[in-house]
Design a protein around this ligand. Structure first.
Ligand code: PMP
Length: 385
């Protein structure tokens, strides 16, 4: 049975990528693995649009391990500002609260983002060591205007951190031009690899902190322990701190080869933009509203869909019985009122059509007040442009 994973990670994965990980007897010192690691580190620089002044990292775990590793840059008592638009922005608060640092928060209503001017005012009011942003808040599909937001705080804080888990590989990301100190993502999202790894790039400013200062970080996620592994691997020398996810890294190398060398990053971003637009056209065409309230906050990767009469959970079960897996709504303020369509990674125009068609049938059966067929029509018209 053919299934389509219109989820927020893991997503549909190309067979070619899965096969790249189907290798027996590959250890972490084998030339084949070291070569894949080295290649991946180089391509990660292109993925985040940074040069040699930035240090890429591949660490086990995923988005959360990459986020928590940021504690490697903090000393006891230091003050951080979390700018949050939803569940994953809030995750920074939960992480920092586990460490002896001070946390202040700027929070947006669901469907909105915190305005750059609001953040600017706060960093002028109080001195922060570090500020975190979430590029695309996966719980609502809201995109933060990240270039403007970073610009608004850059002169007032030491370290700027961006969670690009739902953006890197699908939205414009220019970590160096925007002068971001830590930009991070996870393997299972828009780069379309199985789950298991966090990817990060650190500026020379951030690397300096690793080299010169102590931190509140624990053991496993202290980037000081991972730094020599990265620099050695990039030099083609096997290196160990803790066993890397060998087979997943073989798959990562294959995915990055496709993303950077074959599809091309710009084409990939355009493909995501087009499919996201087509899906939103379908949602609005059938007569439903999108969770992100302002068009400039629409993302290329996630669309939250508000339902009027039916329970959003029932829509998911109905659609999955037809072979399409969507993601549940997870923002506590909108429980049961929305579901999410993930459109990232290797998503195609045909996936968009199938998804909108299946959602329409499901909603009709469940008794939602929609215009059957108008969603598919709007998606078709959008794609045929
Ligand atoms: N940040 C964002 C924006 C996310 O979407 C997610 C996961 N959906 C995470 C962080 C956490 O990533 P993981 O589940 O891989 O730990």
């Amino acid at each position: 049975e053919k299934r389509i994973l219109m989820h927020v990670g893991p997503v549909n994965i190309l067979d070619r990528i899965l096969y790249a990980g189907l290798k027996n007897n590959v250890g972490f010192t084998s030339p084949e693995f070291v070569q894949a690691f080295q290649f991946s580190l180089k391509k990660i620089r292109e993925l985040f649009q940074v040069d040699k002044t930035y240090q890429p990292f591949i660490i086990p775990g995923g988005g959360t391990s990459a986020m928590e590793s940021v504690t490697s840059l903090l000393k006891e008592g230091e003050k951080v500002l979390v700018v949050t638009n939803g569940v994953f922005g809030d995750r920074w608060i939960n992480i920092f609260k586990k460490y002896p640092v001070q946390v202040n928060v700027l929070k947006a209503e669901p469907g909105y983002y915190v305005e750059p001017e609001t953040v600017e005012k706060e960093v002028k009011r109080e001195k922060y060591k570090l500020v975190t942003f979430t590029h695309v808040e996966t719980s609502t599909g809201v995109r933060q205007p990240i270039r403007e937001s970073v610009k608004a705080v850059r002169d007032y804080v030491d370290l700027v951190v961006v969670d690009g888990v739902s953006s890197v590989g699908a939205e414009e990301v220019k970590a160096k031009d925007w002068n971001v100190d830590v930009y991070l993502t996870a393997s299972q999202k828009a780069i379309g690899v199985p789950p298991g790894m966090g990817l990060l790039v650190l500026s020379s400013n951030a690397i300096e902190k690793l080299k010169e200062e102590k931190s509140v970080a624990g053991y496993y996620l202290d980037l000081r322990n991972w730094l020599p592994v990265m620099t050695n691997m990039e030099d083609g020398k096997a290196s160990y701190f803790s066993t890397p996810p060998v087979h997943t890294i073989l798959m990562l190398a294959e995915a990055l080869k496709i993303i950077i060398d074959e599809e091309g990053l710009d084409n990939r971003i355009k493909r995501h933009e087009k499919i996201a637009g087509a899906i939103r056209a379908g949602v609005e065409g059938m007569g439903l509203d999108i969770v992100a309230r302002k068009p400039e906050a629409y993302s290329n990767t996630v669309t939250g869909v508000l339902v009027k009469k039916v329970n959003a959970g029932n829509v998911l079960s109905e659609v999955i019985s037809e072979g399409i897996e969507l993601a549940p709504g997870v923002h506590p303020a909108l429980q049961g009122k929305y579901f999410r369509i993930g459109h990232m990674g290797w998503v195609t125009e045909n996936d968009a059509i199938s998804t909108i068609a299946s959602i329409e049938r499901a909603l009709k059966r469940l008794g939602e007040d929609i215009k059957l067929g108008e969603g598919v029509k709007a998606t078709q018209l959008y794609l045929a442009k």
